[in-house]
Design a protein around this ligand. Structure first.
Ligand SMILES: [Fe+2]
Length: 170
């Protein structure tokens, strides 16, 4: 089924946002790897893969509808941060930004009366609820870690929690 140009455009744009999120988390993983916090790094790496899987979900949606997609260059992600708290705060803020982007995408879909796109967008919104909750719970934990020892404990815990692959959102 064909979809309106406007809807195709906004979904195409969301692919860029998801890839930006993926790259942003990879930058965060690189920060933690350099800090000797491999558990955090793995956790962020798996989130990077998850965002990539989100982009692919949107890609497949458009490809199946015969939309010719176009892509823009990605900005280099930051790899320098002040602290673990600084990173997780930035990650949570990034998730909140993505939630707003998805809501804006939903507005366009509603305006265009593109009802067939709604189940996918609901899936994305539900995913955002989970992600924001997850990041804010990790932020609470990182903020509670007052020593390097605490941080290493948390690092160990997050390393064990890291989902095994990007297919984890299924
Ligand atoms: Fe995402």
């Amino acid at each position: 089924m064909r979809i309106s140009e406007k809807v195709a455009e906004v979904i195409n744009q969301q692919i860029h946002h998801e890839l930006t999120a993926s790259y942003t988390y990879l930058g965060m993983a690189a920060y933690f790897d350099a800090e000797g916090l491999g558990g955090f790094a793995n956790w962020f790496r798996s989130h990077s893969e998850e965002e990539n899987a989100h982009a692919m979900r949107l890609y497949e949606y458009l490809a199946a509808r015969g939309v010719k997609m176009g892509f823009q260059a990605l900005e280099a992600p930051k790899t320098d941060y002040e602290s673990a708290v600084d990173v997780v705060k930035a990650a949570l803020a990034h998730e909140q930004k993505v939630t707003d982007q998805i809501k804006a995408m939903f507005d366009v879909v509603m305006d265009a009366r593109e009802y067939t796109a709604q189940p996918m967008l609901h899936w994305f919104l539900n995913e955002q609820i989970e992600e924001e909750e997850l990041f804010s719970s990790v932020l609470d934990q990182v903020e509670a870690a007052t020593s390097r020892f605490d941080l290493l404990q948390l690092d160990k815990e997050l390393g064990q929690r890291a989902p095994s692959s990007g297919a984890s959102e299924e």
